[in-house]
Design a binder for this molecule. Structure first.
Ligand SMILES: C[S@@+](CC[C@H](N)C(=O)[O-])C[C@H]1O[C@@H](n2cnc3c(N)ncnc32)[C@H](O)[C@@H]1O
Length: 294
């Protein structure tokens, strides 16, 4: 595990952590340390599915994924917003606006943007909760969080809170937020189930989770064009604009490895979310999943 990840898991807390219901790492229940089943020594020596995971199209040790993803976002942080605009022809702004419009937030509510990076969602949600509300922007990556903080200050949003935190083990109390958003973050975490469970835990009963992610295009001919564009153009654009082809190849591959609309809905239901709704955007290139905690 990377040092950065350890910092997040050790509950690095923002100055304003208390007001956001931040829970210290010590007060959280200990995680099971790799459960051993009875008679495990007599089983064939096969890698447990939880010990490996995917990093794009590569199979990697699960313990390495956070570091590899961390390298990707450290490398692209400075050009992240520009690349989003170029790759999506600006469409990501509309996807995020739609997601924010589904938050049902009111003045004075508390909202968490998990894996929030440069903070597009946090910025939109901050307008909905107003100055009386609370907006917490978190990310596991210090470079991305720094981008987010600088953009929030540029936008005149001074009353935000920031925390370097792993979405799989959020350092907040149970039942803290009225809404949690995670935009284009879930496919990057090592254990999506743990992340969803953690997001569910910090939501208040009656609150909703918004998961915005790339998904499976619904039109077969579009799929072919989309694949051609993704594999031929995006890594080349990454090389040209961000000086990093491999990070953008990871981006394209990670989208293909991410669960489709129905598989993600099942994952969310498995994590305890009710009434999970799917909104396909741009013909399913992206989907917004909304789940409720009751
Ligand atoms: C594609 S960016 C999305 C950023 C932003 N939400 C947006 O929509 O533009 C993915 C973000 O997820 C963050 N991330 C990856 N793994 C994470 C984890 N386990 N916990 C929290 N953030 C994570 C990365 O550092 C990165 O900032």
């Amino acid at each position: 595990m990377s040092t950065q990840n350890q910092t997040a898991r050790a509950g690095a807390q923002p100055a304003s952590a208390q007001s956001a219901g931040v829970q210290s790492a010590e007060s959280r229940p200990a995680q099971p340390a790799g459960a051993q089943s009875v008679g495990a020594e007599s089983m064939p020596a096969q890698p447990s599915p939880e010990r490996t995971t995917h990093f794009g199209y590569q199979t990697v040790d699960a313990a390495d994924k956070a570091r590899l993803v961390g390298e990707v976002f450290r490398s692209v942080a400075g050009r992240y917003d520009l690349m989003n605009d170029l790759m999506s022809f600006g469409a990501h702004r509309g996807w995020k606006r739609f997601a924010a419009s589904q938050s049902a937030l009111r003045h004075g509510d508390a909202v968490l943007d998990a894996a929030g990076g440069s903070g597009d969602m946090a910025k939109l949600l901050a307008r909905q909760v107003g100055r009386a509300g609370r907006v917490v922007l978190t990310d596991i990556n210090a470079a991305m969080l720094a981008e987010g903080k600088s953009r929030m200050l540029d936008a005149g949003l001074a009353n935000m809170e920031y925390a370097l935190a792993d979405a799989e083990q959020l350092p907040f109390d149970d039942d803290t937020f009225d809404c949690v958003s995670m935009a284009f973050g879930l496919r990057n975490v090592t254990h999506p189930r743990e992340a969803l469970a953690s997001l569910h835990r910090v939501l208040r009963p009656g609150g909703r989770l918004l998961v915005l992610e790339f998904s499976k295009p619904l039109i077969p001919w579009l799929n072919k064009i989309y694949d051609g564009y993704s594999f031929a153009v995006i890594p080349a654009l990454g090389k040209l604009v961000a000086g990093d082809e491999s990070s953008y190849r990871y981006l394209v591959e990670s989208i293909r490895r991410h669960p489709d609309q129905h598989a993600l809905k099942a994952l969310m239901r498995g994590a305890g979310f009710d009434e999970v709704k799917i909104h396909n955007l741009s013909a399913g290139i992206v989907a917004l999943h909304i789940g409720f905690k009751y």
